[in-house]
Design a protein around this ligand. Structure first.
Ligand code: ATP
Ligand code: MG
Length: 418
């Protein structure tokens, strides 16, 4: 507002065009304006149009009744031309004729002055319309400035949003690495038992073999020693075989999960098998708690998509249930149910834990929303899940909760990723 009033004034020596076929009328008007205006004159409509095109006057005082081309026609042509459309026109008319005046207004005049003109009145009217036009131009300028500022701000915000998206993607990839190292830790822990069992059995066998060799060399061997030695070898190799088989099995599960986690590879996979493999690799950390995960997944549902992304979703939702839904004394239950409907795979993760307050429900997928800030939670798990479901796999996710009775995440994924 201050800007507007401060710079609002009639341009210095504005250009004024006087149009009248009677030179005497022009002579009357001329001295009224000559001191403050640069005055142009025309005695025909055609001349008036020419001056307007060349000089672009700030205002035209236009006689109505003229031979050849009357004032109305001049005004129509001025308004039809984009270059002269904004020049204000005031008709100077001899008749006091309301119909004539309303026609003039319809074709774009801003005002009327009756002849004979009163010098003070005509000066005041001209000045008023020049001020009006100046203020309109100012408002237009302010609008343009505002539009420019709004679009600059929009561009800035778009840039910031883009950065946010990029950092979310990089968070997602660091989360993928974190998931991978969690898997590495839990599998190496799990492999430890069968491998150390095997090492122990092998060293016991080595001891027995060296004892047996001693007996053989001393020639003191009895049939019963021989039978006992064969039995020990049998038990030992059996133990070693079972433990190595278990280790091999674990490695098999792990290899697929790790490969899927480490790549963004798309392949055809069996949903039940993939989720089972993930659950296996999580077992070492989950079995410390009394809770259970039940899988209700018909075999034979396949997807052509990214199993690594699905794995991360499953891991985050299982971890969240164990961390947030259940207290550590009461055994909780998480059910993972999968169904194929048409070409959509429908997954439900439902726990019977504490549930989520309605106020928190709407913020759940926002990055950094966590009720465990300062206790190990960063609030990124569900933001990443949302990102993976929607952006990576092209699906949708919903959450609902009955406070005190549990939480339910429902995910729809296209069976074939587009
Ligand atoms: N199954 C659930 N039951 C109850 N509350 C949940 C459940 N899952 C998530 N929440 C709530 O949602 C919040 C956000 O979860 P999110 O996975 O995004 O973050 P976080 O688990 O706190 O931290 P992060 O996953 O980054 O380690 C949690 O802090 C918790 O309050
Ligand atoms: Mg989490």
């Amino acid at each position: 507002m201050t800007v507007l009033s401060a710079s609002l004034s009639v341009p210095r020596r504005p250009k004024l065009l006087l149009v009248d076929d009677q030179p005497i009328n022009i002579q009357t008007l001329f001295p009224i304006f000559s001191a403050d205006y640069e005055v142009f004159m025309a005695t025909t409509g055609a001349q008036a149009l020419k001056v307007c095109a060349n000089q672009y006057p700030d205002l035209v005082l236009l006689d109505v009744m003229m031979p050849d081309m009357d004032g109305h026609e001049v005004c129509r042509q001025l308004k039809a031309n984009p270059a002269t459309r904004n020049i204000p026109v005031i008709f100077v008319t001899a008749q006091d004729n309301p119909e004539n005046e309303s026609l003039g207004l319809q074709i774009g005049a801003v005002d009327f002055i009756s002849k004979p003109v009163n010098a003070a009145v005509v000066r005041a009217r001209v000045r008023l319309h020049l001020l009006l036009r100046a203020s309109l131009e100012q408002v237009q300028l302010l609008n343009e400035d505002l539009e420019a500022r709004v679009s600059a701000r929009t561009r800035e915000l778009e840039g910031a949003l883009e950065q946010l998206r990029a950092s979310q993607d990089s968070l997602a990839s660091s989360e993928a690495k974190a998931t991978l190292s969690l898997l590495v830790a839990s599998v190496s822990h799990e492999l430890g038992t069968p491998l150390s069992n095997s090492v122990m059995a092998a060293s016991t066998l080595a001891e027995r073999a060296s004892d047996f060799q001693g007996l053989v060399e001393a020639g003191a061997i009895k049939r019963s020693d021989f039978t006992a030695f064969v039995a020990t070898i049998g038990e030992g190799t059996d133990l070693i075989q079972r433990n190595l088989h278990r280790a091999h099995e674990l490695l098999g599960h792990f290899r697929q999960v790790a490969a899927d986690q480490a790549s963004e590879q798309r392949r055809v996979f069996d949903v039940a098998q993939t989720i089972q493999e993930i659950l296996h690799t999580l077992q070492p950390s989950l079995k410390r708690f009394p809770h259970r995960v039940t899988l209700d997944i018909p075999s034979g549902i396949t997807m052509d998509s990214q199993p690594g992304a699905l794995g991360q979703i499953v891991i985050n939702l299982i971890n969240n249930a164990y961390l947030h839904a259940f207290d550590h004394e009461t055994p909780g239950l998480l059910t993972v149910r999968v169904r194929l409907a048409d070409t959509q795979v429908h997954l439900v993760f439902a726990d019977n834990g504490v549930g989520i307050a309605p106020d928190n429900l709407s913020k759940l997928f926002e990055p950094f929303f966590s009720t465990k800030i300062g206790q190990g939670g960063t609030g990124l798990g569900l933001a990443i899940v949302h990102n993976l479901v929607v952006k990576t796999l092209g699906g949708a996710i919903r959450v609902s909760s009955d406070l005190g009775h549990g939480t339910r995440f429902e995910i729809e994924l296209p069976q074939t990723q587009s």
